[in-house]
Design a protein around this ligand. Structure first.
Ligand code: PMT
Length: 408
């Protein structure tokens, strides 16, 4: 399945560099053209000649010693590569990639990449768990890079813990999955909502919620990686949105309602990860409400429009995926949303559980279909949960029909 693929394996300076030999050999045996690029530090661990023999191509490790005869080697390679796999990736190189530092051939090449980038970290477990390294890995995920998590076990330093390079066969499978996934949503128009809404009480105060936008942004980014045309309708969020085809910023439930209905006709799939206010102040004070001598303040609230229910009423061909944030009876409540809002899938997350739901980098979800099937995805980064939600949407007969209609 890798025949015709051009894969760059970037080897950085860690003891796990020797494991990249098995990966290069396996990729070549599966028909890929493999170009190995090493950092200067990596050449202290494994001789370039080893990789040259396994890949059948001269290894590049010096920015100023071209090997391929192209005019600007890092730019040309970056444009040609279907995928660049940095295996192993040291804390140093992860930090550089996260911050756009390009001071050798490999880091320069990754900045010039046109295709997918996959990073497989390997290091001591204290280094791996360090906040700086974790923040850098999150930044790589936010850039749309694929991270293959390291394994637990005895490390080269003699300590035990997480940080051992993932097995080369696991990395190989990830590479194959990335190359397949990088096309499987091509041609699909996806509408995603993300973040929380804000309902003004007066010019300075509002009723809001703790949604950060991370879940919805992760879905939008995953779909972009897989070739979808993405429209993102987002409430206020502190994080940078992915480079979608259309980005609509809204503040209130009413604005989100109008924006979503405006985009609905051209959407094939809608995923509503936004946390929309169910109620808003009936009257918005025109000036800042003063404390004066008051001990209490009563606000009268009214219902906001239920966007998802309206989409459920209007849908003809669209696949509709809702979220359910519940603090009890997760599955039962989620099931009733499928029926009452005419959904195809609902993604349920339990509120109040550590690392789940609002404002965390991770989530744990149960995905329920209108047939009643439940799939539970255990705690994982939202970037991974996003891909699994897209995988589940693809399993729906409605998605297969959509593909058939597109093929006609
Ligand atoms: O943004 P993050 O910090 O990453 O957090 C992610 C999340 C917790 C917000 C996300 O995973 C999630 O659960 N989103 C839905 C939150 C929510 O509002 O759930 P709900 O059970 O109240 O709403 C059910 C569904 O109806 C949702 O798809 C919601 O978008 C939709 N809805 C709700 C109210 C309304 N007026 N209109 C709607 O369309």
């Amino acid at each position: 399945m890798l025949a015709g693929k051009f894969i760059v394996v970037g080897v950085t300076g860690g003891i796990a560099a020797y494991k990249a030999c098995e990966l290069v050999s396996s990729l070549s045996k599966r028909g890929a053209t493999v170009q190995v690029v090493m950092t200067e530090h990596a050449t202290h661990f494994v001789q370039p000649l080893t990789f040259q023999t396994l890949s059948g191509r001269p290894v590049i490790y010096d920015l100023f010693q071209p090997q391929t005869g192209s005019k600007v080697e890092h730019v040309d390679l970056g444009a040609q590569a279907d995928l660049i796999a940095v295996v192993p990736a040291t804390a140093n190189v992860i930090g550089k990639l996260a911050h756009g530092i390009a001071d050798d051939f490999l880091t320069t090449l990754v900045l010039a990449a046109n295709g997918q980038v996959l990073v497989a970290p390997a290091m001591n477990s204290r280094m791996y768990r360090h906040q700086a390294v974790q923040a850098n890995l999150n930044q790589l995920r936010a850039l749309g890079y694929w991270v293959v998590l390291p394994e637990e076990g005895v490390l080269a330093c003699g300590e035990e813990g997480v940080g051992r390079l993932a097995d080369p066969q696991t990395i190989l499978k990830e590479i194959e999955a990335v190359l397949v996934k990088s096309r499987d949503w091509a041609g699909v128009n996806l509408l995603v909502t993300a973040g929380g809404t804000r309902e003004a009480i007066d010019p300075v105060r509002f009723i809001g919620n703790r949604s950060s936008g991370k879940m919805g942004y992760a879905i939008a980014r995953a779909a972009l990686q897989r070739g979808a045309t993405v429209c993102l309708v987002t409430g206020p969020s502190a994080i940078v949105p992915p480079p979608c085809h259309r980005l609509v910023r809204v503040e209130t439930a009413e604005e989100m309602y109008r924006a979503v209905l405006n985009e609905f006709a051209s959407a094939d799939v809608v995923i509503k990860a936004a946390a929309v206010a169910d109620f808003r102040p009936k009257v918005q004070a025109p000036a800042k409400i003063k404390k004066d001598e008051r001990e209490t303040l009563v606000l009268e609230l009214e219902r906001t429009p239920d966007i998802l229910s309206e989409l459920g009423r209007q849908k003809d061909r669209q696949i509709l995926v809702g979220f359910a944030a519940e603090s009890d009876n997760l599955i039962d409540h989620a099931r009733s949303k499928i029926r009452s809002k005419n959904l195809d899938l609902v993604v349920a997350n339990q509120i109040g559980k550590e690392g789940v739901g609002f404002d965390s980098d991770t989530n744990e979800v149960s995905i329920i279909s209108s047939e009643g099937l439940v799939k539970t995805i255990p705690l994982a980064p939202k970037t991974q949960i996003a891909h699994q939600i897209l995988d589940e949407v693809m399993q729906l007969p409605q998605f297969k029909k959509l593909r058939d209609d597109m093929a006609r």
